[in-house]
Design a protein around this ligand. Sequence first.
Ligand SMILES: Cc1cc2nc3c(=O)[nH]c(=O)nc-3n(C[C@H](O)[C@H](O)[C@H](O)COP(=O)(O)OP(=O)(O)OC[C@H]3O[C@@H](n4cnc5c(N)ncnc54)[C@H](O)[C@@H]3O)c2cc1C
Length: 470
Amino acid sequence: MTVALHWFRTDLRVQDNPGLAAAQQSGLPVVGLYIATPEQWDAHDDAPIKRDFWRRNLQALEQALAALGIPLLLLQVPRYRDVVPLLEAVLPALAVAELHCNLEVPSHERRRDEAVAALCQRLGVRVQRHLDHLLLPPQSVLNKSGEPFKVFSPFGRAVRALLTDHPPSVLVGQALPTLPALPQRRALQALDFGTGDPTWAQRWPAGEPSAQVRLLAFCRQRIADYKLARDFPALDATSCLSPYLAAGVLSIGQCWRESARWQEGNGVFSWQNELLWHDFYKYIMWHYPHVCRHLPWRDDVEHVPWRHDAGDFQAWCEGRTGIPIVDAAMRQLLQTGWMHNRLRMIAAMFLSKQLLIDWRWGERWFMQHLVDGDFAANNGGWQWSASTGTDAAPYFRIFNPVTQSERFDPEGRFLRQYLPELAGLDDHSLHAPGAVRPAGYPLPIVDLAFGRERALAAFKQSPGADAPSY
Ligand SMILES: Cc1cc2nc3c(=O)[nH]c(=O)nc-3n(C[C@H](O)[C@H](O)[C@H](O)COP(=O)(O)OP(=O)(O)OC[C@H]3O[C@@H](n4cnc5c(N)ncnc54)[C@H](O)[C@@H]3O)c2cc1C
């Protein structure tokens, strides 16, 4: 008896899963596959908190699949390059007639999938990659000259115009195939996800029902005010769905469709715009894979004389820069594995502009600590902040972190939560403590005006930095 195999990667869900649905529709018994690649995760800087989130979601997925009569085969190899030899043994042993998976955008994953497709061709296994992670195929969204968009706004308008609502896929249970006893087969506990912290599970509960409850609660309670409230880190105003989207516990289509059911208005439009940013950075990575090598998207800023100051970088990492909003942001990251979007922009711009430290150092640190670490979104966000990306902030637009702090945390509620040593300061001094700085809280590691001038001079030295970014 032959089977259809769905290979789960960053799509740890049964609902609205195009690859799994196609395997179901094949009429063959379906088997799920997950291949852990711990050395590859190390090389990609995947954070311990994110690996723990994957493990817990995989456990939930295993149960959800079992309820549908679909067994999940768990395997492990060190790296992507070991996947082909593994599948060369496994596909014939399982009598796989069709292999389904959902498309992934970064170039390592694309190369891995090309190699697997070549293997399948050799073995006579039909292979199909399905669109997931993006609302539309990246090749289908082009400008009037047939080129990929390089700027977000026209990209967003084009996607909105092209979008047609496609119904969520429906899964039907299938008879359980008897799996051969494969020597490579592992139990979930035997996969090397590393050790987790019990508080992570409370903060980021696993499983599709948790993700869906979160989505629904956000749409019911907060989406209407999203446009006005989203920039204030002390408010619980955003969805906190990014870890679920990054691990594919929830699909971008589910988010889009659910939000569309709520009253049309600025909040819904504005939240959908953020979903489009998620798409945009994947689209950029697809069309411009050189960003996967951590190269600046704009080659004319390749020669900015970045500083590689390990001491200043360490102070930034640990939330000891003496600039309260930056320190509170970095401590939020260390304590929760997540950081509010406004703070990601402030912290990233402070590192790459006022400290003039290579943005790739910050990109890596974020990836090593984020529960929602997503290569495309993280790279895009860092390149935006450092003015090296497609739709980047122009290099002379440099946030003043103190002004940002006064504007987006006027009463200092967020600052007091993460910087208890400053909690006693008045609302005004809190943003830039100066002479009333309590003992133990560091002096600013850089004078903001000096840092700004240094960054402007460094960018001016780089040929072409004045040119528009598109
Ligand atoms: C320097 C920097 C690094 C970032 N790194 C990541 C990352 O590794 N992973 C990640 O998912 N997002 C990243 N972002 C984008 C954004 O900060 C987070 O997606 C957002 O804060 C997640 O919170 P939320 O789920 O409450 O978002 P919401 O405001 O509720 O938005 C809904 C969803 O839209 C997507 N989204 C929102 N804003 C953006 C954005 N600017 N770019 C791309 N997608 C967006 C996310 O999937 C998010 O879950 C980064 C931004 C910056 C400036």
